[in-house]
Design a protein around this ligand. Structure first.
Ligand code: PLP
Length: 426
């Protein structure tokens, strides 16, 4: 039954709301009243409205993110914040509470490039001629195409039909490219040959691009053109070859890619294991052009990002292992022991130890990682349990035969807390 909401002044003058910021509550109440017209709230009395608004306000003022235990078996999940960050690096962020030399050279007192250190570290780690850091890898796609094959100048970018993939959250790299360049699709969904690129080249073509297939595999009757051949073709026709490496496979793999591309880019918060960022590596004159384009300013990284990224890169260079690498390096014994430990901590709760398949995630197309999981099969409705565990901060997998806790991406130190969460929920 739909009841009319109270008068605004009656609500705002309620004694229980006296200590709240009145103007902000008014905005909140206005939005609630509007929503009530579409889908009525079950608020009958003024008191119930007061409680509702208090609840909404408290939710808005609570910690922006809450910790979550990842029993989904996906190491790099965009939903769960992708790469876990090194606690010791995070502790240092307190120094950003004051002023910092973000764009000042301490020696000369003159204006400096905020990205200088990160760029030098990238060049060192990847043995790259030059480097640029952007807000994310999506920015890299936009910037590269805007600079080297702008739609406004009628320029074209070649891309294989086989690389029109959706990555996650409805994100399709080619749709992003289409905003700034004329995409010319070549080949077919399953097979693309060098001659397809050759035939598609026109006087307007200035860029050849490949996009990593992300978490999608092509098998069977397929053919694609390797980077080496595309680089040769591009160079022969005086156009650029750019590879979107997505998550990047490994540091040596990127170094190898750099040999056969004018530019490559990848995300900093996937396999590199750092914060959000878009790394662009490649030829000096190409990077310089990117840095001079007006759009570069729209994609620049901020000080928190740059600080964390510099620390991650320094750690890589010094051979330190980050949380993502630590998880991915787990051997079968470690994994089994972790699963057995959780099983033990669950005490009397009925759970079945299963062999499972974990995933790297983050757009890495892998065949799966050997892992172990615990299948909970309570009398309770599985869907309800899955939901309740999420509410308690345990992200897990709903299956038709129970609720699965994949232990691959769980940290040893959290196991007793996780066991407590499960016990309290069941
Ligand atoms: C993840 C991904 C992107 C987007 O990167 P962001 O850093 O999230 O902007 C682009 N291309 C590929 C192939 C990817 O895997």
């Amino acid at each position: 039954m739909k009841t009319n909401p109270p008068a605004m002044h009656a609500l705002l003058n309620a004694p229980a709301l006296k200590t709240y910021p009145r103007e902000r509550l008014k905005a909140l109440a206005t939005a609630l009243f509007k929503a009530h017209q579409v889908t009525p709230f079950a608020c009958a009395s003024l008191n119930e409205w007061v409680e509702l608004i208090k609840e909404r306000y408290t939710a808005l003022m609570s910690a922006p993110l809450k910790p979550l235990y990842n029993a989904t078996g996906v190491v790099l999940s965009t939903n769960l914040g992708r790469a876990c960050l090194e606690p010791s690096h995070l502790k240092e962020l307190e120094l950003l509470g004051g002023y910092v030399n973000l764009e000042v050279n301490m020696q000369t007192g003159k204006r400096a490039n905020r990205c200088h250190l990160v760029q030098e570290l990238l060049k060192m780690l990847f043995n790259a001629p030059d480097a640029l850091i952007l807000n994310n890898n999506a920015s890299a796609l936009v910037l590269v195409a805007s600079v080297f094959a702008p739609k406004a100048q009628n320029k074209e970018t070649l891309l294989s039909y086989g690389q029109l993939v959706e990555i996650g959250g409805h994100f399709r790299a080619h749709e992003l490219l289409e905003c700034v360049t004329n995409l010319r699709f070549v080949g077919s969904t399953n097979k693309t040959y060098l001659q397809d690129y050759q035939h598609a080249l026109s006087p307007n073509t200035t860029l050849i691009t490949t996009i990593h297939l992300s978490n999608f595999l092509q098998q069977g009757f397929v053919a694609s053109v390797g980077a080496k051949e595309l680089y040769k073709l591009a160079t022969a026709h005086q156009v650029l070859f750019y590879e979107d490496l997505g998550s990047m496979q490994s540091v040596p793999q990127v170094q190898k890619s750099l040999k056969h591309a004018h530019l490559v880019s990848f995300s900093a918060d996937k396999l590199l294991g750092s914060v959000q960022g878009g790394v662009v590596l490649g030829a000096k004159e190409c990077i310089q052009k990117l840095a001079k384009h007006p759009l570069y300013r729209a994609f620049r990284a901020d000080k928190i990002q740059l600080y964390m990224l510099a620390r991650s890169l320094q750690a890589h260079i010094q051979g330190q292992i980050n949380p993502t690498q630590r998880l991915l390096a787990q051997d079968s014994d470690t994994l089994l022991n972790k699963a057995l430990k959780l099983l033990h901590l669950l005490g009397g709760i009925k759970a079945t130890l299963l062999e499972t398949t974990a995933l790297v995630g983050g757009g890495v197309a892998d065949m799966g990682l050997k892992s172990f999981g615990l299948l909970l099969t309570p009398k309770k409705d599985f869907k309800e349990l899955h939901h309740a565990l999420h509410q308690q901060g345990l992200a897990c997998i709903l299956r038709c035969d129970g609720v699965l806790l994949d232990t691959f991406a769980l940290f040893e130190k959290d196991l007793s807390t996780i066991a407590r969460v499960v016990k309290n929920t069941l």
